[in-house]
Design a protein around this ligand. Structure first.
Ligand code: FMN
Length: 170
């Protein structure tokens, strides 16, 4: 499978460690993994102008880094959203990207999706998980896993092996 991982963190710390473990497991199982560091990109919020649904024929009127992720979003067999939790949801950078993919509606190829969340505290995932479930149900993509890591877990070998094993089993 071609797996596109969207990293919502503006930094290269806990979420990136989760993604590294995911990549190790997925590549060991023969999958192709590409990471897109959405948290470091400049992607503005959706204007709600409906240009994409009318004259734009699926292309957004705003020209920014969304163009760097759209080809992967359209072409991936599996999509992974990986983000720190910021105020009980994914980062604003990730939310902007998710809302902007509205321009194509549902991705034609993706069959599977997973969610990786990093946070400071435990029990802060309900918002992001509810959004992920609603997204997968709306797009008809199978939700194959949600893995969370808080505080010290972010760096624990036990958590990183859990992620590697999950990715290897895909
Ligand atoms: C602006 C901001 C908001 C945050 N909000 C939360 C939160 O609501 N709950 C929580 O447990 N951690 C929160 N955190 C902590 C991060 O989720 C946590 O440090 C995470 O592991 C960072 O991942 P990263 O190293 O990939 O950026 C917040 C951090 C920042 C900077």
């Amino acid at each position: 499978m071609k797996i596109a991982v969207f990293n919502g963190s503006p930094r290269k710390e806990n979420t990136s460690a989760m993604i590294r473990a995911f990549r190790e497991g997925a590549e060991a199982a023969g999958h192709e993994v590409e990471e897109y560091h959405v948290g470091k990109m400049k992607i503005a919020g959706c204007l709600g102008c409906m240009y994409c649904k009318t004259k734009g024929e699926g292309v957004c009127i705003q020209k920014d880094d969304l163009e760097k992720i759209m080809p992967a979003y359209k072409d991936a067999d599996m999509i992974v959203f990986a983000s720190p939790v910021y105020y009980f949801t994914m980062t604003a950078q990730m939310e902007a990207a998710i809302q902007r993919v509205f321009c194509i509606g549902k991705p034609a190829k993706a069959k599977k999706a997973a969610l990786l969340l990093s946070s400071g505290s435990p029990g802060v995932y309900d918002g992001a998980v509810a959004q992920f479930k609603a997204y997968t149900s709306y797009t008809g993509i199978e939700a194959v896993g949600v893995i969370t890591a808080h505080g010290e877990e972010n760096k624990s070998e036990a958590k990183l092996s859990e992620i590697r094993e999950f990715a290897r089993s895909l």
